[in-house]
Design a protein around this ligand. Structure first.
Ligand code: NAD
Length: 253
């Protein structure tokens, strides 16, 4: 296999849908061996079967990324199945858009758990394996909402902004340790996925989002996956602690 990710094992969270699913497909096409993680067991089974039909031998891990015990189990499974790990993509996440006044403490905590705790837990648990590879890469899925504010996204923005700086701290700690692990964050704008389908189906919302996007269209998940491939590959060997917007120009204004 001579792909851009040949001889690399990658763990992708949120691999059953949207950006994570597109990333799993692109990684497989570039020769990576895949551990696919999601809490949606049916969705996982479907991408697992697709990759097997293509000749791959993926490992599917049904897990909740907010749970430390699930991460321990996931890393144990990766170790048993592959014996190594070169790439971690912390992609699983979700957002519920409400004003601060309408956000309950339970919703706040749930949003931070899935978008931010998950990145901390995954990074901490995977680092020993990534470091052992001597050329590890962590790609954390943030959002433009982790860079610029918008109304009704308090918990989501706080979580995604946390992901941005946590990623930079990860990069600095790994550089200081000299363990060869790089860490970068990705900040998509409006991407058409099952997560956003309901919102985009509302013509007023779609108009508003397209109006703030200079390219005047939504991204396809595959376009984000292409950036993740670059950050996961050795092509980005001098890139760490950086943030990458992929937003059709939205934050350029
Ligand atoms: P999606 O809903 O299509 O896919 C997310 C996947 O994560 C789903 O398969 C879901 O089952 C899984 N997941 C959610 N919570 C989980 C948990 N606790 N444990 C395990 N798996 C869990 O969403 P998407 O649009 O592909 O989003 C992927 C990432 O990209 C998210 O972090 C999201 O915040 C970010 N993002 C998306 C957009 C966009 O416009 N779609 C924009 C910016 C950032």
């Amino acid at each position: 296999m001579t792909g851009r990710l040949a001889r690399k094992v990658a763990l992708v969270t949120g691999a059953a849908s949207g950006i994570g699913l597109a990333t799993a497909r692109r990684f497989a096409a570039e020769g990576a061996e895949l551990a696919l993680a999601d809490r949606n067991a049916n969705g996982l089974a479907s991408i697992e079967a697709e990759l097997r039909a293509g000749g791959g031998k993926p490992l599917a891990i049904t897990m909740d990324v907010t749970q430390e015990a699930d991460w321990s189990r996931a890393i144990d499974a990766v170790t048993a199945h592959f014996g190594r790990l070169e790439i971690l993509v912390n992609n699983a996440g979700f957002g519920r858009f409400r004003s601060i006044a309408d956000t309950t403490l339970a919703e706040w905590r749930a949003t931070l758990a899935v978008n931010l705790d998950s990145v901390f837990l995954g990074t901490r648990q995977a680092l020993p394996l990534l470091a052992r590879s001597g050329r590890g890469a962590i790609v954390n899925m943030s959002s433009i909402r982790g860079l610029v504010a918008g109304p009704n996204a308090g918990a989501y923005s706080a979580a995604k902004a946390g992901v941005r700086l946590f990623t930079k701290v990860t990069a600095l700690e790994c550089a200081a340790a000299g363990n060869g692990v790089r860490a970068n964050s990705v900040h998509p704008g409006h991407v058409e996925t099952p997560l956003t389908a309901t919102a985009y189906a509302n013509p007023a919302v779609a108009r508003e989002f397209l109006a703030e996007t200079p390219l005047a269209r939504f991204a396809r998940p595959e376009e984000v996956a292409d950036l993740v491939v670059y950050l996961a590959s050795d092509e980005s060997s001098y890139v760490t602690g950086s943030e990458f917007t992929i937003d059709g120009g939205l934050t350029a204004r």
